[in-house]
Design a protein around this ligand. Structure first.
Ligand SMILES: [Zn+2]
Length: 87
């Protein structure tokens, strides 16, 4: 998969996505299952292709989000800041 062709929202099924008023999306965290209907869940930032688990308080790039969905990575193992290039 290519970072340039795949958007972060493409990793999720359309019915899993809840659009926010700011144009980003909320989903249930694929790792910890934190529910997007509470103050929790995972925010998908469409401009930067970054995700953020509110439960773990960690950020993920697109490939890491894919790894979360596949179970290769846990959200607690994510990065502290969305601006860091590496862990
Ligand atoms: Zn999580």
């Amino acid at each position: 998969m290519s970072d340039k062709k795949v958007k972060i929202t493409d990793l999720f099924k359309p019915e899993e996505l809840t659009e926010k008023s700011d144009g980003n999306f909320k989903v249930i965290c694929p790792s910890c299952g934190s529910d997007s209907t509470r103050y929790g869940g995972m925010t998908l930032f469409v401009e930067s292709d970054i995700s953020f688990c509110h439960e773990a308080n960690k950020y993920f790039n697109l490939k890491e989000t894919f790894a979360l969905i596949r179970g290769y990575l846990k959200c607690i193992e994510g990065r502290e800041s969305q601006w860091l290039k590496k862990f």
